[in-house]
Design a protein around this ligand. Structure first.
Ligand SMILES: CN1c2c(nc(N)[nH]c2=O)NC[C@@H]1CNc1ccc(C(=O)N[C@@H](CCC(=O)N[C@@H](CCC(=O)N[C@@H](CCC(=O)O)C(=O)O)C(=O)O)C(=O)O)cc1
Ligand SMILES: N[C@@H](CCS)C(=O)O
Ligand SMILES: [Zn+2]
Length: 815
């Protein structure tokens, strides 16, 4: 009999109970003990669900009030000193301060967990960082599970992955140097777990699927030699890709077992099975923890049988990775079309599938005959379903030519025409798209969905939100406006609901970060756009505004990445189909007179394959998809893109290849670090580095934003610099947003004044806007049109031109 286990379960709750509890606690509506009771109940329910699905070993430590990496940071006593907590182990309030920022300190950085849409809190390391046993939470949860008579398997992020995913906060030091200080604390944790009677500990080391440098690989030997001696048996888990390159190393480590992902890395299975050490179990991740399609049980059973002939009782069965990345339970989806529902499996169903494979292994294939027959019928139906193929989409893709992927003229020509049309001041201010999703807006959407609000009232509520957003932006003095995205539940789901080829769920929530969740739509068939999706809202917003309003779309790669994607054709093919649909929308927006259109691609980096060898291919089709979506417009239509939540330095050439006229990009949390890469790469087009960390309720002062902009000016030519927040403002409240935007506009104005007086000192009136123009849009303060026409004059002779590398000195500070 194979041991079945789960690497982790969705912690947010099938009805997002943890989200409700967290937000109630943060807003003072419930107390700490209520929050802790919600956490306890969720853990118990999740262990029960897993146990009832037939799982032998349940994970403990996969629960977190915010993030599992942050849990490791507080468990390892590695709280950044800047929070000034002293020697005290952080309580939950302090834990939240690390995640969300405090009165005096910005939050710790957050970034994508490998190629998923989950965000972890990035550990901060200094040369003198020390570690010590911190919070007791893990040990308490182990006792909790044991008291409920579950067989607990604590889950820890392993030391190498923990260090690798952290960030060195000072130059000239390598975080691997901290390993000798880290290992003893891990050993102490393991000893504590042993003392609690724990037999197996899962050490997640997904960093092993990356292209790790040799010194990091050597670190595994050093760490696990010591940890193996500390007590419980270690199951070292890799996932998200193949670890075949490290098979020899992993087999050689003194751990009691390995877990590998047989879904994302099927090629590694024979590599691991070959000469597999007799003293280790091998856990095969047979059920896809990253997607929602039913498992091909026949195939999974065949693979398990092959493995069992080699391993016997040493074969374990599991999902490919933690089930954090899929929704909890398909049972809730009573509104989903039954045909499509029959194709799917969420977390609970996936564990049941695993139990079925285990039963087939134990009792023989006949014992699961009826499950296999149902399975074959469902897979056959799906392959033949009319919902899957649309010949018109295929035909349209076949007709595309090279010209469909290219703008008409180069950026230097386009930008001059766009500046002429938009008449924005130098250092133009803009926002990323969304404004606060107020309780009223959310309630109207919920009531409309439930049929309790008629369409006319619903639309008027949304129009009112648009009018208010425009009014506030004009009052604040922002330059390029947005409609605020009030009508959108989510930047991907909203489009998924309107595109053919997609279906969406009612409760298919997946945690994105902290209390925030997303409901990824499911791509079941060929994608097309039956009708315009956003034109009416943007046109309405433009009619309310004296300044230009940006069209706001989500790009094809992000829609792909943040949806559950069909597994019956390459991702690249689906991306191009989505791109065509977005292109249709872009052209309709242009036709409606929209002068600037933003196509968000925050997920382009996240989609980058984990192995370097796969990256060029991905980037080639991802760039192609964006260009297909964006290239049909005239030269004077300005295409913006926006990126956030990831480290973009390593894909800058591809970002430049997108050929967007303007990119707004998250940079404030990392203090503008990213911009050095923009300078070194000589990024050619306009850039808006974020100056406001929108993840924190903290409102940065004008001076703070100004300092960031000054830093940006050192690396980006001022005439190519935009001023904007890091990302959309939907998660914030209006009072914070208005204050922060006021500070941002003031910061931009200060820069403009310096710029003006700088130009004035040099007596160059042509740096100022030509008076009395009668453009479609009101002209804001000092127009970019004179000074920033791509022909740098002597007035800013020490400022680099668009053609020169990087940026230049900021207009000098005035004392
Ligand atoms: C930019 N980000 C996004 C990512 N992925 C996406 N798919 N979308 C993104 O925007 N990845 C990277 C980042 C992650 N950032 C965020 C930021 C914010 C959220 C967020 O706020 N999520 C919401 C849920 C959004 C949503 O779908 N809302 C719907 C449904 C609301 C709802 O719960 N309705 C209740 C009733 C509510 C009521 O008031 O009565 C119900 O239906 O029962 C909507 O607004 O219509 C969240 O709350 O977590 C996510 C990722
Ligand atoms: N336009 C979106 C981008 C988020 S990445 C927003 O503003 O929320
Ligand atoms: Zn963003």
């Amino acid at each position: 009999m194979a041991v079945t286990h789960s690497l982790g379960f969705p912690r947010i709750g099938a009805r997002r109970e943890l989200k409700q509890a967290l937000e109630a606690y943060w807003s003072g509506k419930i107390g700490l003990s209520d929050l802790q009771e919600s956490g306890r109940r969720l853990r118990e329910r999740h262990w029960q669900l897993q146990g009832r699905s037939g799982i032998d070993l349940v994970p403990v430590g996969d629960f977190a009030y915010y993030d599992q990496m942050l849990n490791m940071t507080v468990l390892l006593g590695a709280v950044p000193e800047r929070f000034d907590f002293g020697e005290e182990t952080p309580d939950l309030d302090r834990y939240f301060e690390l995640a969300r920022g405090g009165k005096h300190q910005p939050a710790m950085e957050m970034t994508k967990w490998f190629d998923t849409n989950y965000h972890y809190i990035v550990p901060e390391f200094h040369r003198d960082t020390t570690f010590r046993l911190g919070t007791e939470w893990l040990f308490e949860e182990v006792e909790e599970a044991a008291a409920l008579r579950f067989n607990p398997k604590p889950v820890l992020i392993g030391p190498l992955t923990y260090l690798y995913l952290g960030k060195a906060k000072e130059d000239g030091f390598e975080r691997l140097a901290l390993l000798p200080r880290l290992i003893p604390v891990y050993a102490e944790i393991l000893r504590r777990l042993r003392d609690l009677g724990v037999v197996w500990v899962q050490m997640d080391e997904p960093a092993l699927v990356l292209d790790l440098p040799p010194e990091w690989l050597a670190g595994y030997r050093e760490a696990y030699r010591e940890l193996a001696a500390a007590g419980p048996k270690i199951l070292l888990a890799t996932y998200f890709d193949s670890a075949a390159e490290q098979a020899d190393l992993m087999k050689d480590l003194p751990v009691a077992g390995l877990h590998i992902d047989a879904v994302r890395g099927p090629v590694q299975v024979p590599v691991f099975l070959d000469s597999y050490p007799a003293d280790k179990v091998l856990s095969l991740g047979l059920v896809d923890g990253r997607n929602i399609w039913r498992t091909d049980l026949g195939r999974a059973l065949a693979l398990a049988e092959t493995a069992r002939t080699r391993l016997g009782e040493r074969l374990w069965l599991a999902p490919s990775c933690s089930l954090l990345h899929v929704p909890a339970d398909l049972e809730s989806e009573s509104e989903l079309d039954p045909e499509i529902r029959s194709w799917l499996a969420f977390a609970v169903q996936k564990l049941q599938e695993l139990a079925t494979v285990d039963k087939g292994l134990r009792l023989g294939v006949e014992a699961i005959r009826s499950e296999l027959e149902t399975q074959d019928r469902v897979l056959g139906d799906r392959a033949k379903s009319a919902r899957v193929r649309n010949p018109a989409v295929t035909a349209r893709l076949e007709r595309l030519t090279e010209a469909d992927y290219r703008r008409y003229s180069p950026f230097s020509e386009r930008i001059a025409l766009q500046r002429e049309r938009l008449r924005l001041p130098v250092f133009p201010t803009t926002t990323i798209g969304s404004f606060p999703q107020t309780a009223d807006i959310r309630k109207a959407r919920a009531d409309y969905r439930k049929g309790e609000l008629n369409e006319a009232v619903y639309r008027e509520t949304m129009r009112k939100a648009v009018r208010e957003a425009i009014g506030k932006q004009e009052a604040l003095g922002l330059d390029l406006l947005v409609h605020g995205e009030a009508e959108r539940n989510d930047m991907v789901e909203y489009f998924g609901e309107q595109l053919e080829g997609f279906v969406f769920t009612r409760y298919g929530w997946v945690q994105s970060y902290g209390s925030r969740c997303v409901k990824p739509p499911i791509i079941v068939g060929d994608v097309s756009r039956p009708r315009p999706m956003t034109v009416e809202w943007i046109s309405y917003a433009q009619r309310q505004a004296r300044k230009p309003v940006k069209g706001m779309l989500t790009g094809p790669v992000t829609i792909l990445q943040w949806s559950f994607v069909r597994d019956d054709q390459p991702r690249s093919a689906t991306a191009l189909q989505i791109a065509l649909a977005i292109r249709d929308e872009v052209l309709d927006l242009e036709q409606a007179g929209v002068a600037a259109i933003q196509i968000d691609e925050p997920a382009i980096r996240e989609g980058l394959p984990l192995k370097r060898r796969d990256r060029d291919d991905y980037l080639a089709w991802a760039v192609k998809a964006f260009r297909l979506a964006s290239s049909g417009v005239a030269d004077d239509t300005q295409i913006h893109t926006h990126m956030c939540y990831s480290e973009f330095a390593d894909i800058l050439p591809a970002i430049a290849d997108l050929d967007a006229d303007v990119i707004t990009i998250e940079t404030s949390r990392s203090g503008m670090d990213l911009l050095t890469a923009f300078r070194d790469f000589q990024y050619p087009n306009d850039v808006g580095p974020g100056v406001y960390d929108i993840h924190s309720p903290r409102v940065p002062a004008k001076e703070e934003m100004l300092r960031l902009l000054e830093k940006a000016c050192e690396v980006i030519s001022p005439e190519r610099l935009w001023v904007n927040p890091d990302c959309g403002l939907k998660t914030r409240a209006w009072p914070e947003v208005e204050q922060a935007m006021a500070h941002m506009v003031e910061a931009a104005r200060t820069l403009r004044q310096r710029w003006t007086s700088f130009a004035g000192e040099l007596n160059r009136s042509d740096a100022l806007p030509s008076p009395g123009h009668t453009d479609q849009f009101d002209q804001g303060e000092q127009s970019r049109n004179g000074a920033a026409d791509g022909q740098p004059g002597e007035c800013f002779e020490h400022l680099p031109s668009d053609e020169e590398a990087g940026g230049g000195p900021c207009p000098a500070r005035q004392s």
